[in-house]
Design a protein around this ligand. Structure first.
Ligand code: C5P
Length: 282
C-alpha cells in the first residue's frame, strides 16, 4: 500500500487567445502549485483489474479520471497488472484548482513506477493530455509559465515571488461548467496566437489578470459577490474558469477576517509550492 499527495494549482494569471482548429483555445498562464492536496492510496495486485473508490465525486467509475488514467497505462503493462485506488479529496471540484487533473497525473506517474513500466516523462505527458488540458502540468511537477492548451512549458529561473507565500483560496458555493465559459459570447479573446517571446517572460510572471473574469462574474453572480467581499480585505483574482478566487496575503492576520467575512464559502489557507510532491515517484 502506498499513499501519494496530489496537489492543486492556481492560475496566477490567464490569457485567452484564439480558437484553434482542434477546438481548443491557445492560452498563456502561470500554473502555481499549492500545498492543498488530495491523498491517493494505491494497492497494486495481480488481478488485471482496475478499481477506483472516489467516494465524494459523483461520477461513474468508468468516467473517473483516476480510472481512465490507469486504463490508459494498462496496455503497457502485463495482463495481470491490477490496482485498487482510493481517493481522499480535499481539493474542491468545479473550482478551477485542477483537482481531477492532478489525480489523473498522480495515477500516471505512480503506476508507471509501481507497475515498473519505464515510460518516459514525454510519453506520460502525451497520455495525460488525452485526459485533459490541465493534466500535463501536474506530470511536469513544477510551477511554470505555460502556453498552448497549457501543455507547453516555458522554464525560467525568474521567480513570480509567490514561493512560500501564504495564499488564501476561496471557493464560493457554486460549480462552474468550464465548456460554457469558453463558449460564451461574452468572452473577449486576444487577437494574437499567444506565443510567448523571451522578452515578455519577466512581465508575464507577475501578472494576475484572468480574461475569464467578466464572463464568470456575469454568469455566476455568487462568485462576483464573493470577489467583492474579498476585495475589501485583499486583492481578489480568479483561478482557471473559477469558481475559486485567490489572494496573496501581505499580513497573515487578514486570514481570520476573510474566513469571517466569507462565511458562505470554503476558505483554504495554503502555501505556494515550486515543486510537486509527486516528483518523489519519478
Ligand atoms: O481539456 P479539458 O477537458 O480541460 O477541456 C474542457 C473544455 O474546455 C474543452 O472541451 C474546450 O471546450 C475548453 N478548452 C478550450 N481550450 C483549452 C482548454 C479547454 O477551449 N485550452
Amino acid at each position: 500500500m502506498l499513499t501519494a499527495l496530489s496537489p492543486a494549482k492556481i492560475n496566477t494569471f490567464l490569457h485567452v487567445h484564439q480558437l484553434r482548429d482542434d477546438g481548443f483555445h491557445n492560452l498563456v498562464t502561470y500554473f502555481q502549485l499549492i500545498d492543498l492536496c488530495d491523498e491517493l492510496t494505491f494497492d497494486v495486485n495481480d488481478s488485471g483489474v482496475v478499481r477506483v473508490d472516489n467516494p465524494t465525486i459523483n461520477v461513474a467509475e468508468v468516467d473517473d479520471l483516476c480510472y481512465r488514467a490507469a486504463k490508459l497505462l494498462q496496455p503497457y503493462a502485463d495482463d495481470t497488472a491490477g490496482v485498487s485506488i482510493t481517493v481522499a479529496k480535499n481539493i474542491p471540484d468545479g473550482g478551477g484548482l485542477g483537482g481531477g487533473s492532478s489525480n489523473a497525473a498522480t495515477v500516471l506517474v505512480v503506476l508507471n513506477n509501481l507497475w515498473g513500466l519505464g515510460l518516459s516523462q514525454k510519453k506520460l505527458l502525451q497520455l495525460g493530455l488525452q485526459l485533459g488540458s490541465d493534466v500535463p502540468i501536474f506530470i511536469y511537477g513544477n510551477s511554470t509559465l505555460a502556453s498552448g492548451r497549457g501543455e507547453e512549458f516555458i522554464p525560467t529561473e525568474l521567480s513570480n515571488l509567490l514561493d512560500n507565500q501564504t495564499i488564501i483560496v476561496v471557493k464560493p458555493p457554486v460549480h462552474v461548467a468550464t465548456g460554457k465559459i469558453f463558449q460564451s459570447q461574452l468572452l473577449t479573446k486576444r487577437g494574437d496566437t499567444g506565443k510567448i517571446r523571451d522578452l515578455d517572460i519577466a512581465r508575464l510572471i507577475t501578472c494576475t489578470d484572468n480574461d475569464f473574469t467578466p464572463v464568470v462574474y456575469s454568469l455566476y453572480p455568487e462568485i462576483a459577490h464573493a470577489a467583492e467581499r474579498l476585495e475589501r480585505v485583499s486583492p481578489a483574482h480568479l483561478t482557471g474558469t473559477g469558481a475559486c478566487l485567490y489572494t496573496v496575503l501581505d499580513d497573515v492576520k487578514k486570514a481570520d477576517t476573510i474566513i469571517r467575512t466569507l462565511d458562505d464559502c470554503r476558505v483554504f489557507v495554503v502555501k505556494a509550492l515550486r515543486r510537486s510532491p509527486l516528483n518523489e515517484f519519478k
